[in-house]
Ligand binder design. Structure first.
Ligand code: DOR
Ligand code: ZN
Length: 343
């Protein structure tokens, strides 16, 4: 097959950032995605309905002319989030709340320290038919960074899913076989997003032969057996697993630093790279479900009606992009060949 047409995809997890950065990130995503779930980890974070609405306006203002791209807004849970905050978010059209364990990742300092005290908020999310999106890693420093996702499942995920049985939970950017197995065996209403980097790479791609900061993201890339489990589950085509790029821009100097930021800026190539993976796996027929159907169904949103076409054609991801403030950024897969192209 040299050409594939699918319903226009959505990106169920990404980072647009703010201000002039939006002029780069919003068009890059709107080029092929109809909707995107926008992460709220700004500085300061998007913790309330009002902040989410204002952020949405800034995103809409950065859309290319004529674009119908629609951001799906989220709020950021803190130790102080109240049931009232959830009700107000619902009224403002916010669909989901993002839970970062405090300190787990970029701009998560205001995240949650005591998960236990958030159960009333989780109940409120369920009552309001909103989703809980989880960064599933523990933050205890004595726990090996490669084990933090599995530990989160054992310490917290099992409880959340069982104690709030009507809550829709998305286990974001999963990286391990443990997470795959957990989601597969979990009750209805539990799903996961998977990034292009976790399907394409393993920790050797970050550390073998030199350190590659542009492949550093969180949760960190794992060993190849985990990568294989992710590839196997998208190959099987379970509707519990769908597209979330976690596209997360950081300027070049912030990545290439003695304490480099986590995140891969994949918006320029993510859809093409997912297509490449599904092609390698011999299941191009499963791409549409993963990219365009299962996420919308899980969120309870209508499926898109437009289509996009990808063709088998090699192109090279730029080695550098200039951000609106003049800083260079190195996109994910920079300088490498991609075998599919958006028509
Ligand atoms: O690699 C990551 N980058 N993981 C996250 O969880 C956050 C993100 C970011 O905001 O840069
Ligand atoms: Zn993210």
């Amino acid at each position: 097959m040299n050409e594939i047409t699918i319903i226009k995809p959505d990106d169920w997890h990404l980072h647009f950032r703010d201000e002039d950065m939006l002029l780069e990130t919003v068009p890059a995503t709107a080029r092929c995605f109809e909707r995107a779930v926008v992460m709220p980890n700004l500085v300061p974070p998007v913790t309330t309905a009002e902040l989410a609405l204002r952020y949405k306006e800034r995103i809409l203002a950065a859309r290319p002319a004529g674009s119908s791209f629609t951001p799906v807004m989220t709020i950021y849970l803190t130790d102080k989030t109240s049931v009232q905050d959830i009700k107000e978010a619902k009224q403002a059209g916010v669909l989901a709340a993002k839970m970062y364990p405090a300190g787990a990742t970029t701009n998560s300092d205001s995240g949650v320290n005591s998960l236990e005290s958030l159960y009333p908020v989780f109940e409120a999310l369920a009552e309001n038919n909103m989703l809980l999106l989880i960064h599933g890693e523990v933050t205890q420093k004595h726990i090996d960074i490669f084990d933090r996702e599995k530990e989160f499942i054992d310490q917290h995920m099992v409880n959340i899913v069982e104690r709030v049985p009507n809550l829709k939970v998305v286990f974001e950017h999963i990286t391990t076989k443990d997470a795959v197995d957990f989601v597969l065996s979990a009750r209805e209403g539990v799903a996961a997003t998977i990034t292009p980097q976790h399907l394409m790479l393993n920790r050797n791609d970050m550390l073998d032969g030199g350190m590659r900061p542009h492949n550093y993201c969180l949760p960190v890339l794992k060993r190849s057996t985990h990568q294989q489990a992710l590839r196997d589950v998208v190959k099987a085509g379970s509707p519990k697993f769908f597209l979330g790029t976690d596209s997360a821009p950081h300027a070049k100097h912030r990545k290439e630093s003695d304490c480099g930021c986590a995140g891969c800026y994949s918006a320029w190539s993510a859809l093409e790279l997912y297509t490449q993976v599904f092609d390698e796996l011999g299941v191009l027929d499963k791409l549409e479900g993963f990219a365009s159907l299962y996420g919308a169904d899980f969120y309870g949103l209508p499926r898109n009606t437009e289509t996009v076409t990808l063709v088998r054609e090699s192109w090279e991801v730029p080695t550098s992009i200039t951000l609106p403030n003049g800083d260079p950024i190195v996109p994910f897969f920079a300088g490498k060949q991609v075998s599919w192209k958006l028509k």
